[in-house]
Design a binder for this molecule. Structure first.
Ligand code: PLP
Length: 446
């Protein structure tokens, strides 16, 4: 891409360091600057139209340009643009949203606690767990188990939970006391001749071995996404979650379901917790909670988690944790309106109606000579490319991604897997165009 002097791209290169970007490559090539969005489409600053096949970052459930969210934000901005939730203060939208989330939860939950990002929600969950263990007179019960390829964010604690090398390398992470157990990606990690059932059994045994090695009395919690997203869209095999949950129960280990991607309809139920019949003590929510029109995240905690923490806060005099914009009234008002749209338009029903087509078109691509595996559930999926001579691991994915961008489709390259996670408002003919473009891009790569 040639960058014109004084263009947005040139100013971006001059002044802006980006998240998750090779900074030197950005200095050389510039960024793709988006200007506006409408439905499932975004337009760059040269007017080129793209299907946003990733809902931004797995998040714009109701699509771009949703005026009801703009109006909800504007109404709240003029009424009370900000108020905090520290020291027994509150604001209307945060109260209403807390009530709504607790009522929506598919398992009994007592309270909602607000933060601004998925990372902060998971970070807060771990701090709550440490606080709770101290409150319960079990200061040794602090270790946390996460999974290889799990993604839980980037704050020092959340990046430690994340099981991906780029989140640890050169950051001196993970922090001590955070461990990673096996990833339930059957095709990638099965042993030769191992059945899916035997693989599940081995994943469960590896978790149990880790707990026993560390000492069950020292392990406080396990965190997992119902379906791994940023690790490559990994849907666990049948039997995986029941086997994992049985072990957590056996050793009195709390379960945090990271619903940051799965929450609010993505897998064909309102929460991944329902799709996989989970019994979490914590649910962490973000992204589709507000379709990312405003930054907001929430933790839902059950009474078993809440009660000791509440007692300890009474003993100390405060629960010494929280961020300035927690329960931000504008973000909460937007989240409430967004959830109302998801419910009124039955977007979960739309996911269920379109999932068979989405998954079968993805599965057809598995037959392409360049592909090795299609995987997904609901309206989330990924196609993994087969290794190819002349290309190092992780090179083909970004190459295909660029071809798709040329053709007006935004996906996400995760190594050599291309992920799709379109807005939940997508319709059948748009889905066809999306997959036709995917297929045509594969043919270019051929
Ligand atoms: N948890 C999951 C499952 C995620 O996918 C993400 C972000 O992609 C996070 C947590 C972190 O959220 P954030 O980027 O808002 O900090």
């Amino acid at each position: 891409m040639t960058v014109q002097p004084n263009s947005m791209e040139a100013r971006d290169k001059a002044y802006h360091m980006h998240s998750y970007t090779n900074a030197r490559a950005l200095e050389r090539d510039g960024a793709l600057v988006m200007e506006r969005g409408e439905g499932i489409y975004v337009y760059d600053n040269n007017g080129k139209k793209y299907i946003e096949g990733m809902s931004g970052l797995w998040s714009v459930a109701v699509g771009f340009g949703e005026n009801r969210l703009v109006e909800a934000a504007t109404r709240q901005m003029s009424k009370l643009p900000y108020y905090h939730t520290f020291t027994s203060r509150a604001n209307g939208p945060s109260i209403e949203l807390a009530e709504k989330l607790v009522q929506m939860a598919p398992v009994p939950m007592s309270k909602a606690f607000f933060t601004n990002s998925g990372s902060e929600a998971n970070d807060t969950a771990i701090k709550m767990i440490w606080y709770r263990s101290n409150a319960m007179g079990k200061p040794e019960k602090k270790k946390i188990i996460s999974r290889i390829k799990g993604y839980h964010g980037v704050t020092a604690v959340s990046a430690s939970l994340t099981g991906l090398p780029n989140n640890h390398r050169s950051f001196d992470l993970p922090l001590p006391g955070i461990f990673h157990t096996s990833c339930p990606h059957y095709r990638a990690f099965k042993l030769e001749g191992e059945s899916e059932a035997a693989f599940v059994e081995r994943c469960a045994k590896e978790l149990e071995d880790l707990i026993l090695r560390e000492g069950p009395e020292t392990v406080a919690a396990f965190i997992g996404e119902p379906v791994m997203g940023a690790g490559g869209v990994i849907v666990p095999p049948a039997g995986y979650w029941p086997a994992i949950q049985a072990i957590l129960k056996k050793y009195d280990i709390l379960f945090i379901a990271d619903e940051v991607i799965c929450g609010f309809g993505r897998t064909g139920n309102m929460f991944g917790t329902q799709t996989f019949d989970l019994q979490p003590d914590f649910m962490t929510l973000s992204k589709q909670i507000s379709s990312s029109y405003q930054p907001i995240s929430a933790l839902l905690i059950n009474e078993n988690v809440y009660a000791p923490i509440a007692d300890e806060s009474a003993k100390i005099g405060t629960f010494g944790h929280g961020v300035t914009a927690a329960g931000h009234p504008v973000a909460a008002a937007v989240a409430l309106e967004n959830i109302a749209i998801i419910e009124e338009r039955d977007l979960v029903g739309n996911v269920r109606a379109l999932a068979p087509k989405f998954q079968s078109r993805l599965k057809e691509l598995e037959g392409h000579p360049l592909a090795i595996e299609a995987r997904g559930i609901g309206l989330i999926g990924a196609l993994e490319l087969a290794p190819r001579e002349g290309f190092a691991t992780g090179q083909l994915g970004p190459k295909l991604f660029s071809i798709m961008v040329e053709k007006g489709l935004i996906s996400r390259a995760i190594g050599d897997s291309l992920a799709l996670c379109p807005p939940l408002i997508i319709n059948e003919s748009q889905l066809d165009v999306l997959f036709d473009t995917f297929e045509a891009s594969l043919d270019v790569l051929k």
